[in-house]
Design a protein around this ligand. Structure first.
Ligand SMILES: Nc1ncnc2c1ncn2[C@@H]1O[C@H](COP(=O)(O)OP(=O)(O)OP(=O)(O)O)[C@@H](O)[C@H]1O
Ligand SMILES: [Mg+2]
Length: 327
């Protein structure tokens, strides 16, 4: 997978007056290969502009954008777009194409043999949890919004792009389906490790999905780091209030229990948490049981460590230290 690099990229839309700030102003940003990076910020801060410059739907006014070794202008625009998956809020599915035909659009453009395309469609519909036998022949109008969005993701992944651009892909979806799709995306990403740039203005979504978050404000990136560091050490008041960094529980939900776990004691507590639990889970288990201590138990029920309420409370007060320990 390639990385993506913005080097001193500016986009000033023509027609805007001399007093209008550039939509994107002198942004330098490195998106590591195989990571999911979220662009987060208020409406109009330049997120979509950033994204659409990568697949050259928008041309930068100045600066360079690299995908791997190559500056994007070295690649013909049509090639570039065929090799970058692009998912938007309104799926842009073709209404008169079936699900199968929609997913097969890019493979067809690339001239894949029919059999290979069919296999790929089958595989992708399974990946996004739409049983092919049930869904292959349907038209978009015969799908729910969440199902259409899944087809949109399958279509974007059809030709196995190394880079995916996702612009508020779950924006128009109800909260429950949205959580499902986020989990789905996390599961898929754990398998395929694409380099993904994901735009949202939903903080919870960003914290849940991102390896790193670029916080944007009026065309600039004001802070770029992991969710935990952003919540623990926000660069300024804007980042702090945008992310809700004062919310201790939110921060605790990002810190793995492993960061404060001690060796298991002689008599492990009957209160149990899983090794992949976070500090918020631990706190909740301790409060529910009225206990001072929990045992971390693996799938086989074996105690692999202990966490104490005292340690939890002490460390929750010093997130800076945890941020280093946890990341
Ligand atoms: N075609 C255009 N011509 C002129 N100005 C534009 C154009 N497209 C966007 N802009 C301006 O550029 C700025 C950034 O727009 P952009 O669409 O990148 O924001 P965004 O962060 O994606 O916002 P949202 O969260 O609302 O989608 C805005 O001030 C917008 O008005
Ligand atoms: Mg936008």
């Amino acid at each position: 997978m390639p990385d993506i690099r913005f080097e001193r990229v500016t986009k000033a839309y023509g027609g805007s007056g001399p007093d209008t700030p550039a939509a994107v102003h002198d942004v330098t940003l490195a998106i590591p290969e195989g990571d999911l990076v979220v662009l987060l910020g208020p409406s109009g801060c330049g997120k979509t502009t950033m994204l659409r410059m990568v697949n050259r739907l928008i041309e930068p006014t100045s600066g360079q954008i690299y995908i791997g070794e190559r500056e994007i202008h070295e690649i013909p625009a049509t090639d570039l777009r065929r090799h970058i998956g692009y998912v938007i809020q309104q799926t842009g599915l073709f209404p008169h194409y079936t699900v199968e035909q929609n997913v097969a659009v890019v493979p067809k453009l690339l001239g894949w043999p029919r059999e290979k395309t069919q296999e790929r469609v089958q595989e992708l519909l399974e990946l996004v949890d739409l049983p092919p036998d049930q869904f292959r022949g349907r038209y978009p109008r015969q799908l729910s919004g969440g199902q259409q969005q899944r087809v949109g993701i399958a279509r974007a992944m059809a030709a196995d792009p190394t880079v995916m651009l996702m612009d508020e892909p779950f924006g128009a979806i109800d909260a429950i389906t949205r959580a499902d799709l986020q989990n789905e995306l996390k599961r898929i990403q754990a398998q395929v490790h694409k380099t993904i740039v994901f735009v949202t203005h939903d903080v919870e979504e960003a914290l849940k999905l991102a390896d790193r978050i670029a916080v944007m404000r009026t065309g600039q990136v004001v802070q770029y780091d992991t969710p935990l560091v952003l919540l623990s050490r926000p660069a300024d008041e804007f980042v702090s209030s945008l992310l809700g960094a004062r919310d201790i529980l939110r921060r605790m939900s990002l810190i793995p229990v492993a960061s404060i776990m001690e060796a298991p004691g002689e008599n492990p507590s009957h209160v149990t948490v899983a090794p992949d639990a976070n500090l918020r889970d631990v706190l909740s288990a301790l409060v529910a049981a009225g206990a001072q201590e929990a045992a971390v138990r693996d799938g086989a029920g074996q105690a692999v460590g202990r966490v104490t309420l005292a340690r939890l409370l002490a460390d929750a007060a010093h997130p800076e230290q945890l941020a280093t320990a946890g990341s």
